[in-house]
Write a protein that binds this ligand. Structure first.
Ligand SMILES: Cc1ncc(COP(=O)(O)O)c(C=O)c1O
Length: 389
């Protein structure tokens, strides 16, 4: 057995240092802690980066998706198509409206929504599609847009994993009706918790901005500065989803190093690919030349017919070697709420179920040293060889 690491390698770590500390300190000293000029700057810089006309900073991607669905006027009883292969948030926001998430199985190659199955899932109640760019590899947007236009459906991208993803040379953030990003602690850039809703539509952007702050027609910054005014109007019962200036300051610092962090994740993915591609027990993640993968996750798959252990045991073997891993995702239809509410069985979405059983996400983050990467490679290869059959 290779000599294991002396300490546990975390599955994910944010890449934060003096730059974030200074940016946060500046925001604190500036005295405007809540949504203000730093947030405005973060929105402008982010919009420019992804090519969106409007970017509205909020406190999570979940909030961003909720606001997008509110802006299109989703109603109780409506249906929204998404995939079972995602995190809780993607479908939970549909339930906020007493609407129904309709699940469509994924493609075996990349865990992304299979556009060829879309039309069969559309009913007169369908209002929108929420595709998810799993791991940072884009969904087949052209095909999804074709179906959406034909059936007059809105497309709201769950781009929680897809900051810096390019779809056929174009930046995710500017391609659909809405694109929602996450700045959760493990994401490509982080503000601790945070998110962004992007759209090119002026009216939707106004609505999201207003609903993100209690349905009030002006935010506090405008009300209390010299050129502002005390008067405000509540035009709808909104939410409290605004991002603080302290968080936005951190976001600005992260934006400045986003490209470098992505390059490091890319280099790690390439090293993993080279190390694992010839091992028949393993299947490296699908990638495509016409797109840019954000490499938020490295989703390795086990060829279980070539191994004498299952995924759970594989994960435990890596843990014994001080390597943390994760599994993305437990498909929605396997969870108690979805089973009980919709009567789903595992085989209802056979690809999602089958691929979930053999998925292991390896650590991939810019703070990993070359030695960390090598330790992961050595451990994974060792377990694969030891349990080959
Ligand atoms: C695919 C996906 N969508 C949405 C979210 C929710 O993001 P947030 O925590 O910013 O609300 C996550 C979070 O991990 C995610 O993985």
């Amino acid at each position: 057995m290779i000599s294991p690491r002396s300490s546990l390698l975390p599955f994910a770590l944010p890449d934060t240092d003096e730059a974030e500390i200074q940016a946060i300190a500046e925001a604190v000293y500036a005295g405007w802690l809540t949504t203000g000029p730093k947030t405005g700057q973060f929105e402008a810089d982010f919009a420019a980066r992804v090519g969106a006309k409007h970017a509205i900073a909020v406190n999570s991607c979940t909030a961003a998706m909720h606001l997008a669905l509110e802006a299109i006027g989703l109603q109780a009883g409506d249906e929204v198509i998404t995939t079972p292969y995602t995190f809780a948030a993607t479908a939970e926001v549909v339930h906020y409206f007493h609407a129904k998430p309709v699940l469509v199985d994924v493609r075996p190659e990349d865990f992304n929504l299979d556009p060829t199955r879309l039309e069969a899932a559309i009913t007169p109640r369908t209002k929108a599609i929420i595709p998810v760019h799993i791991a940072g590899l884009p969904v087949e947007l052209d095909e999804i847009h074709t179906v959406a236009h034909k059936h007059h459906l809105w497309v709201i991208e769950d781009a929680a994993h897809a900051f810096l993803t390019l779809y056929k040379g174009r930046s995710i953030g500017s391609l659909s009706d809405f694109t929602c990003f996450s700045f959760y602690a493990t994401k490509a850039i982080t503000t601790g918790e945070g998110g962004m809703v992007c759209t090119d539509n002026d009216a939707w952007a106004d609505r999201c901005r207003i609903m993100a702050l209690h349905g009030i027609s002006h935010d506090a910054w405008k009300r209390y500065t010299a050129e502002g005014r005390w008067y405000y109007e509540i035009i709808a019962p909104g939410y409290k989803y605004n991002l603080t200036d302290v968080a936005a300051a951190m976001g600005l610092a992260q934006l400045r190093k986003a490209q470098t962090m992505w390059q490091r994740r890319l280099a790690i993915a390439q090293r993993y690919n080279r190390a694992f591609e010839d091992l028949p027990e393993l299947q490296i993640p699908y990638d495509r030349l016409d797109c840019q993968h954000a490499w938020h996750l490295y989703m390795l798959r086990l060829n279980l017919d070539r191994l004498s252990i299952n995924r759970m045991q594989f994960v435990a073997e890596l843990r014994q070697r001080n390597i943390s891993t994760s599994v993305h995702f437990i498909p929605l239809h396997l969870h108690p709420y979805y089973r009980e509410t919709y009567g789903y069985r595992p085989e209802d979405f056979p690809i999602a179920y089958r691929e979930y059983l053999r998925e292991v996400s390896l650590p991939i983050y810019s703070k990993m040293s070359d030695a960390d990467v090598q330790a992961v490679i050595d451990s994974v290869a060792e377990v694969a060889r030891q349990y080959r059959c």
